[in-house]
Design a protein around this ligand. Structure first.
Ligand code: ADP
Length: 477
């Protein structure tokens, strides 16, 4: 069902599409397929609701968000199970994501109350300046399948806190998780029209309504750089406000004074998290030659312990890729690297043993001897492949790491404080983990530089994306 103006309803054409489990290819549900007219209805509802929602107090909005947080925590296990079934990640990771997703609701329930204006001194005696913050208006939110819960709440939390209303178009692969989140808002009694959900198999058709309707004042998007560029270009025709959280190509630097065991443990956790389907997943791992042997040996041992399978099996530690196309893309990058001289330390193939053949499984892989000519060095992988470049003292490691059009995340391992600070300042990325593979939190600003995006999500900055500044100049008698 779609959720429009506070009601669950089928689309105008009464069409549905099926959702499948990527670990088994089983059909797990059906959802309504929205078309243009449904999107227009959703914008009508959001636009009407904005007139009243934008005038509620920050305290009222905060209460809805904290109620939604509590209900989401109550439903944590059910949502996690659904996520493992629909998206494929292991249950432990699903539970972590539900918690991370809920954190945005609580964080922005608090931030709603901290939207301050300013009183600005004037050079003229009889003039007063006051600036206030107001919600931008109706928001069109487009979200991906890899984090099918937290990417929604990371947008819904601040948008609602700011006083905006939202039309959400989730990814076609994970509409059931989106329904579960919208149901939370319905169940806490959020006024009708404040959030609206359009599941669809035709993202472009729905996207076009959001991009061309003047009543939609802002587009917030998380997804690939290629799609983000298209959306940004179209949004520019109406000078709509945009927030873009796009692809990445994260370097992971293991400097000569790193603890190689700690660094290898870090890579084994972050590279294979979500089967590598994360925009902050390391894509180029630079290891100083003096620590390379130990690093590779520890990494290999850890990676070979990963167990692939259905995320619903508690013993599984790595899930499937989202679909066949992604398997082919990953396999193609690995083959290209091999042809150009890379060495396969472990993995390097599609997994087809037993039940795995029913799903989209790729072996957790380590490649070494990666060079610039290889596709994997240039393109985002979105799969469980760790490509290692061994460097020496003659290499300018920061220049190599910065040599990309992306700029989302980077990681540095070193035990040397000065080297850490130097790296932190020298790397052109929005998020830097220093001996830390988890530099994310609802309280911390998330976002990229260059072609990795525009704007920041979460943190104090997150709510700003949904606010306009209005200046009042008052002349006194
Ligand atoms: P991913 O590589 O994560 O699948 P996409 O950028 O293809 O990234 O998808 C992210 C989101 O963008 C999904 O909700 C998808 O449906 C949507 N999307 C893809 N193409 C378009 C488009 N032309 N217009 C609007 N939304 C789109």
């Amino acid at each position: 069902m779609l959720y429009i103006d506070g009601e669950w309803r089928a689309g105008k054409r009464n069409e549905f599409f099926t959702v499948t489990n990527p670990a088994t290819s089983d059909e797990i549900g059906e959802v309504a397929n929205a078309e243009k007219i449904d999107a227009e209805k959703a914008v009508d509802a959001a636009s009407k609701a904005f007139t009243t929602w934008s005038k509620t107090t920050a305290y009222e909005r905060s209460k809805y968000l904290s109620d939604a947080y509590n209900l989401m925590i109550e439903r944590k296990e059910d949502i996690a199970q659904l996520m493992s079934e629909e998206q494929g990640k292991p249950l432990k990771a699903s539970r972590n994501e539900v918690q991370y997703g809920a954190d945005f609701l609580l964080w922005f329930a608090e931030e709603a109350k901290r939207v301050y204006g300013e009183v600005i001194p004037s050079a003229r005696k009889n003039q007063r300046f006051i600036s206030i913050k107001q919600p931008v208006g109706v928001v069109g939110a487009i979200t991906p399948w890899n984090y099918p819960v937290s990417m929604l709440t990371r947008k819904l939390g601040p948008a609602l806190a700011a006083g905006c209303t939202v039309v959400l178009k989730p990814a076609e692969q994970t509409p059931l998780c989106a329904k579960a989140i919208i149901k939370i808002f319905h169940d806490v009694g959020l006024p009708k029209g404040v959030v609206n959900l359009l599941s669809t198999e035709n993202p472009e058709e729905i996207g076009n309504v959001l991009l061309t309707d003047y009543r939609v004042k802002k587009i917030t998007f998380t997804g690939s750089t290629a799609v983000g560029k298209k959306l940004a270009a179209k949004a520019a025709e109406q000078v709509k406000s945009i927030s873009m959280e796009l692809g990445g190509h994260a370097p992971f630097l293991v400097l000569k004074d790193a603890n190689p065991e700690h660094a290898a443990k870090g890579v084994s956790l972050i590279k294979y998290l979500n089967t590598g389907q994360a925009c902050i997943s390391p894509n180029r791992i630079y290891v100083h030659e003096s620590v390379a042997d130990e690093f590779i040996s520890v990494l290999k041992t850890r990676v070979e312990k990963l167990k692939a399978g259905s995320g619903l099996d508690e013993t599984v530690t790595i899930g499937p890729l989202v679909n066949r196309k992604e398997i082919e893309k990953v396999d193609n990058q690995v083959k290209d690297a091999k042809e150009k001289g890379a060495k396969v330390i472990t993995g390097g193939k599609v997994l087809t043993e037993g039940n795995l053949k029913k799903g989209n499984f790729y072996a957790p892989t380590i490649l070494s001897g990666i060079t610039e000519e290889m596709k994997i060095y240039q393109e985002e992988t979105f799969g469980p492949v760790a490509p290692i470049v061994i460097y020496n003292d003659q290499d300018d490691i920061f220049a190599m790491a910065n040599d990309t059009n992306y700029g989302l995340a980077a990681y540095v391992y070193t035990e040397n404080l000065s080297a850490a600070m130097h790296a932190f300042e020298a790397l052109n990325f929005g998020i830097i983990g220093i001996n830390d593979i988890n530099p994310t939190s609802a309280a911390a600003p998330f976002g990229g530089m260059n072609e990795s995006g525009l704007g920041r999500e979460g943190a104090r900055e997150g709510i700003e994306e949904y606010l306009e500044t209005k200046l009042g100049g008052f002349q006194l008698n």
